[in-house]
Design a protein around this ligand. Sequence first.
Ligand code: BTN
Length: 250
Amino acid sequence: MNPLKPKVRRYESLPSTNNEVARLAALGAEEGLAVIAEEQTAGRGRLQRTWISPKGAGLYFSILLRPEISVDRWPLITFIAALSVSDALLEACGLDTDIKWPNDLLAGERKICGILAEVIDTPMGRGIVLGIGINLTKEAFPPELLSTATSVAEAIGRPSEREAVLSALVNALSRWYVLLHENDGPEKVLADWTSRSSYASGKLVNVVNGDEKVSGITRGLEADGALRLETDTGLISLRAGDVVSVRSSG
Ligand code: BTN
């Protein structure tokens, strides 16, 4: 593969940086095209949720990828995104984060970053729009989420430098993306992800997907990133849902 060379386009305001990258991809944009916006007026989250994106309060970033790995490994793109944000926040802000399956970044058990990867079809073939939203200040989310969300500024006790976070993020993504394409890349990605996630193993959780809820103890990941869960009725693998921690377990 060719190395990833992100080229960032900056906007004052967009409905959604993911939508803008998808629009440019449909016009033939190359891998590495990246977009950031000061604000999003229709930011989107996982599971059809809204991602509130007030001006200057977050890093709203999307990038176009055209992975050359087998499609069954494409879910690992969100895992390298989580690892990249983890690297970037440590490097740019000295902030240690936890990763909650499938790809939320947490600081002090509260969400600081969300990741939305969307598969798109373009004239140049199938691709992925990888969107990342990092809460930089507490204005990034509504006050009613204060018990479950946090921001970089709150976590480090001082304002964060958006440009430093962006530059560290772009570098980290490029590194992880190259690694993912190596023969033993997927195994390394999963191993690193697992070592940085307190949720990967031995955690008693509820996993909610629509109207369904399943409880169990986390038991690591499948090769495609699915979460193994030991339930009362046996070991199952989950590929979608929201994880809520109940308490730590052995
Ligand atoms: C989640 O639900 O946790 C994922 C949130 C992803 C938000 C980011 S912000 C940049 C990009 N543009 C969007 O509309 N969504 C993603």
